[in-house]
Design a protein around this ligand. Structure first.
Ligand code: SF4
Ligand code: SF4
Length: 460
């Protein structure tokens, strides 16, 4: 690996390099700001009147975002996160959270060797803060490439050397270089967490996940195995929320985040998507969509939600909006190991759903009519005894005898062992014997519609 001339690195602070101004460095194509990402972040924090970034031991954390066989969907998702927003992390806006200095190939101010320089310093242990790796996309087998060009690469070494002396560096190599010294390694998206689409049957690039690439013995500098935030694309909030939780813990300001047996944040992936799906009530009542666009449960048009660990119905795709079943799409298991092959063919009812959906259908045949009766009763004011004074479709005629009998028994059951609302009980009556004005005027018929009251009076 080439050494960067000292004058290009800038002033060194003690034994750690401070990534100082890039002004005067060669080859800053496109960096009209003439700043590094760290300088930008520090400017933002200074503009907020802070002299120290955070309340805990960490002042700043570098995040290196690397990409392998990816579609950039994870980047798109995370840049749309809202709880917290990426901008909140990058500007130190969250109390207690250290400044996050992001190095991302799309969002970076620096370009070319200036961009790569911070990664090189990280590998050499010369940064002035800990770093985290985030890997998007799966990791290809670079032995399969032709002509020495990596499937997925980032930069070439030695930095600032003539092109004929350089070698392209694959991101697979980068992660091997950086992972041992990283405070944490986060795989984002299903390609990085499990292998995803590039690693599906056929797999011409020999792709695999970050876990597969680093092996089961991998531990970060803080002793953590790979943290996995799956999804194709993932919910952006899941990434920013996990980073926030980890940083709060490291600052001594939050509880130890819990991860499941596959390294997923347990609070995000502990439940099936079905449990919080807006259509789960239809499933329970045994009513199912037969066509896309129907409002009912989508299991019979291919939804795997009952067995898939995902929180998109809770979080939405962005800012609690959209996301699979919310938008009418069945779950195809994109957060799960084995996706896509284990969930193929898409849009066909999962074999395991037959038993449970038919059981729901059977139960629903009993429960739905009973609920309709109960719902009908709850849809009436307590004053609507014989008629409903609605100009709309609700019936306005006399109440049927069946209705009255059902209501009689329903009310007995409802108030069994408890008191009815109102002051009708002896011990609750006004001690002075005072009766409210409506009762004084209308007697026990005070909770009766005026027109019914008149009818009752005529009949008397
Ligand atoms: S649409 Fe899917 S996740 Fe939602 S209730 Fe039906 S089976 Fe469950
Ligand atoms: S609901 Fe299913 S398809 Fe949609 S994001 Fe979650 S796991 Fe993926």
């Amino acid at each position: 690996m080439g050494e960067i001339p000292e004058k290009q690195v800038g002033e060194a602070g003690s034994h750690k390099q401070h990534i100082s101004s890039t002004a005067g460095l060669p080859d800053q194509v496109g960096n009209v700001a003439r700043r590094t990402m760290e300088e930008l972040a520090e400017d933002i924090v200074a503009s907020q009147g802070k002299s120290k970034f955070s309340l805990g031991p960490l002042e700043k954390v570098y995040v290196f975002w690397l990409a392998g066989m990816s579609c950039d969907g994870c980047t798109v998702s995370v840049s749309g996160a809202t709880e917290p927003a990426l901008e909140d992390l990058l500007t130190g806006s969250i109390p207690g959270i250290p400044l996050v200095v992001l190095h991302h190939y799309v969002l970076q101010l620096e370009a070319g060797d200036h961009y790569m320089r911070t990664l090189e310093l990280a590998e050499q242990g010369k940064l002035d803060g800990p770093y985290v790796i985030t890997y998007e996309g799966s990791i290809p087998d670079e032995n399969l490439t032709l002509g020495g060009e990596p499937f997925a690469g980032e930069g070439s070494f030695p930095l600032f050397a003539p092109s004929e002396e350089r070698r392209r560096i694959s991101t697979a190599e980068w992660i091997k270089r950086l992972a041992p010294g990283a405070a944490a390694t986060i795989a984002i998206g299903t390609c990085a967490t499990w292998g995803g689409i590039p690693a599906a049957y056929g797999n011409v690039t020999g792709s695999m996940s970050v876990m597969d690439w680093l092996g089961k013995d991998y531990r970060s500098a803080l002793g953590l195995p790979v943290i996995n935030i799956p999804g194709c694309a993932p919910v952006g909030d899941n990434f920013t929320d996990a980073v926030q939780a980890i940083l709060l813990f490291l600052q001594g300001l939050g509880p130890l985040p819990e991860f499941d047996e596959l390294g997923r944040p347990a609070w995000q992936f502990g439940d099936t998507v079905h449990r919080k799906c807006g259509r789960a009530g239809y499933y329970e009542e045994g009513t199912f969509a037969t066509e896309y666009g129907d409002k009912e449960c989508l299991v019979e048009v291919g939804c795997w939600g009952p067995v898939v660990q995902c929180n998109i119905t809770e979080k939405g795709a962005i800012s609690h909006m959209g996301g699979c079943m919310n938008a009418g799409g069945p779950c195809i298991g994109c957060t799960m190991p084995g996706f896509p092959d284990k969930f193929a063919p898409f849009y066909k009812a999962p074999p395991g759903s037959t038993i449970s959906s038919n059981a729901s259908r059977l139960m629903g045949a009993i429960v739905r009519p009973l609920r309709r009766i109960s719902q009908r009763e709850r849809n009436r004011e307590i004053r609507w005894h014989d008629t409903v004074p609605s100009g709309w479709a609700m019936e306005q005629g006399d109440t049927s005898i069946t209705h009255k009998i059902l209501e009689f028994f329903y009310e007995r059951m409802q108030f069994l062992g408890s008191n009815r609302p109102g002051r009708d009980l002896h011990e609750e009556k006004y001690p002075t014997g005072y009766r409210s004005l409506p009762k004084q005027l209308y007697g026990e018929n005070y909770q009766v519609l005026p027109e019914e009251r008149e009818k009752k009076a005529k009949h008397r």
